[in-house]
Ligand binder design. Structure first.
Ligand code: GDP
Length: 304
């Protein structure tokens, strides 16, 4: 039994000599394994097809290096191609020349936005910034309270429509666009150098929610719009990412719940269909469970 793609590819080549160039027959033998592994990792089918075609092209005629056998050589090509697609270098946040830098969060309900808001605030604070959190999710009962709790956990203030919303059943009324605008004005007045605007999601892509997010985007002109996506979302990653890309033209992606079983196929799909960089990963419910995204680590996760 070979579990990882690396193992399976290496095994495919076990009985073959390792001299000269990789042949088409050798490469074809591995393509099936690569396809299967990527589909297992929940990468969308069109993305898998294109990926495999690129690997094949790259592998054909490539000189087998002295230090690797052909199996290891293909593993290296697959790894390099994954890192390339996932973005090569890590992309850092763009900060505004004239503070405050405005960062807006968007994504489906339950994707992990409110949790991420706290984590991102904590991360930025540790880098010497003075963030303000703004609670514009007036859709989900308790979302404002949840952001206030996260703000307290990380020692970052929260601008909210009105304080004291504390019960599950109580919902907040108000205009989220006005709250966003007022929150940014508050940050400017109180000299916060970064504002993180949490917005409402729905369980599925919904025209009204998307319009609200687009309106908030237009009102506060964010420097970054981060699309938060649950890495366990599987094959629907493509459709969801496309809808948010069209709706709010996000500038970067945050993969949440990477502590779960997901192999990270969503990362590849989202990156492939939108071309937008993956910037951060969320890896648990704690405020410290947060990482700057590293394409090479994600490539290993998909391969292993
Ligand atoms: P929102 O609706 O997009 O604001 O989503 P929330 O931030 O409320 O997150 C939804 C649920 O997922 C909550 O129970 C969070 O504690 C949980 N959650 C968020 N991020 C992560 C993560 O990275 N890992 C795990 N295991 N759970 C998470």
């Amino acid at each position: 039994m070979f579990n990882s793609l690396s193992d399976r590819l290496t095994a495919t080549f076990k009985n073959l000599g390792g001299k000269g160039r990789l042949t088409e027959a050798q490469i074809d033998g591995t393509v099936r394994e690569i396809r299967r592994a990527l589909l297992d990792a929940d990468v969308a089918l069109p993305v898998v097809r294109e990926f495999v075609a690129h690997v094949k092209e790259r592998a054909l005629g490539e000189e087998v290096s002295k230090s690797l056998n052909p199996g290891q050589q293909v593993v290296k090509i697959v790894n390099d191609q994954l890192v390339d697609i996932l973005g090569g270098e890590t992309r850092r946040l763009h900060l505004a020349k004239n503070p405050p830098t405005v960062i807006m969060l968007a994504g489906l309900q339950g994707a992990g936005k409110t949790t991420l808001a706290g984590k991102l605030a904590r991360h930025l604070k540790s880098e010497g910034h003075t963030p303000l959190l703004v609670a514009c999710d007036l859709q989900r009962p308790n979302a404002v309270k949840q952001l206030q709790v996260n703000g307290e956990r990380v020692g970052v203030p929260v601008y909210a429509p009105h304080p004291g919303v504390s019960s599950e059943s109580e919902s907040v009324t108000g205009d989220p666009v006005a709250v966003a605008r007022d929150g940014v004005a508050e940050a400017r007045a109180k000299l916060h150098d970064i504002v993180i605007v949490d917005t409402a999601g729905r369980l599925g892509v919904d025209a009204e929610m998307m319009q609200q997010a687009a309106d908030i985007r237009a009102a506060v002109e964010p420097d970054e719009v981060l699309f938060v996506i649950d890495s366990m979302i599987g094959q629907s990653a493509v459709e969801t990412a496309q809808a948010f890309n069209e709706g709010v033209d996000f500038t970067g992606v945050v993969l949440s719940k990477l502590d779960g079983d997901a192999r990270g196929g969503a990362a590849l799909s989202v990156r492939h269909v939108t071309g937008k960089p993956i910037m951060f990963a969320s890896t648990g419910e704690g405020m410290g469970d947060f990482e700057v995204f590293h394409p090479d680590r994600m490539a290993s996760r998909i391969l292993d």
